[in-house]
Design a protein around this ligand. Structure first.
Ligand code: CUA
Length: 311
């Protein structure tokens, strides 16, 4: 069977499709117009025809040129704004979203749900709820691509990228890697399964109990020795981390940065880059000592710390 239009199973898919249809319609209309004119003129001005071949009529001068230039400009701006609103809307983080962590590596996708349940080359999500993926790579650049949702985002080593979608139809949809990443790139894929929310809850409860990311992060925080300095009562003075997530942090060089996932992560790997005002750059880098999985856990733990919490 030939499929003329890919299945659409998310909010974004419907919006992206309407932009594509508009572009197709506009291009088609222009193509037809040009073809009709070419054919019409070819017949009317064929060799030996009696059609007049004098001066251009007055009308076809300045006004027409200015007019069609502006019409095309307006049309292009309209398409641009519509498409960018669609794209940017999908990027704005929804605080209510279910957060799922994704780690890409040659050549598989590892996903982890908020309760700790893990999957490989598979992702189960509930229908009708916003899902936000926080993604990173353990080696090279990959790209998370679900055609049925019309979403695609590069997954980079050393950085967290995110992707958000709301699935609208129950079913199984292919997941691909869309960035050439080595020998088995073509086979790096999996399935996204959209389930009714009740089925998803049942599925999630049936998964082997994993510790949630934050709990695992708390254990790492102690075993890696972070607690030794970042615990308010110790001799070495390091910034307290309770409630740091989402706050504006004053840095020694006068800059102010928002402590988001990327900041927390970078501070673990490159602690001397953004030194907090009032502190010495004493912390060693943990680059190479902690893997991407562990970084995700540490960041999840730091995010879970409320003001007045332990460290
Ligand atoms: Cu991973 Cu291509």
């Amino acid at each position: 069977m030939i499929r003329f239009w890919p299945e659409a199973a998310s909010d974004t898919a419907v919006q992206v499709d309407s932009v594509v249809l508009l572009l197709l319609a506009v291009s088609g209309a222009i193509l037809l117009l040009v073809l009709a004119l070419v054919l019409g003129f070819a017949i009317r001005y064929r060799r030996g025809s009696a059609a007049p071949r004098g001066e251009l009529p007055e009308l076809l001068k300045k006004e027409v040129e200015v007019g069609w230039t502006f019409a095309i400009l307006l049309l292009a701006l309209f398409i641009f704004s519509w498409a960018s609103v669609t794209e940017l809307g999908a990027l704005r983080p929804d605080p209510e979203a279910i957060e799922i962590h994704v780690v890409a590596k040659q050549w598989m996708w590892k996903t982890q749900h908020p309760n700790g349940a893990r999957e490989i080359d598979a992702l189960h999500v509930p229908r009708g709820e916003t899902v936000r993926l926080l993604m990173t790579s353990q080696d090279v650049i990959h790209s998370f691509f679900v055609p049925a949702f019309r979403i695609k985002q590069d997954v980079l080593p050393g950085r967290i990228t995110s992707l958000q979608f709301r699935a609208t139809a129950v079913g199984e949809y292919p997941l691909f890697c869309a960035e050439y990443c080595g020998t088995l790139h073509a086979r790096m894929g999996g399935t996204v399964t959209v389930m009714e929310p009740e089925d998803y809850a049942r599925w999630l409860a049936a998964q082997p109990e994993g510790d949630d990311l934050g709990r695992e992060g708390a254990a790492l925080f102690v075993s890696l020795g972070c607690a030794g300095c970042h615990n308010g009562s110790t001799v070495v003075r390091a910034p307290g981390l309770a409630g740091v997530y989402g706050r504006d942090v004053n840095l020694a060089d006068g800059r102010v940065v928002r402590a988001d996932e990327a900041y927390l992560r970078d501070s673990i790997l490159q602690p001397r880059r953004d030194v907090v005002a009032g502190f010495e750059p004493l912390m060693p880098s943990f680059a190479g000592l902690v893997g991407e999985d562990e970084l995700q856990r540490l960041v999840a733990y730091l995010r879970s710390l409320r003001e007045g919490g332990s460290p």
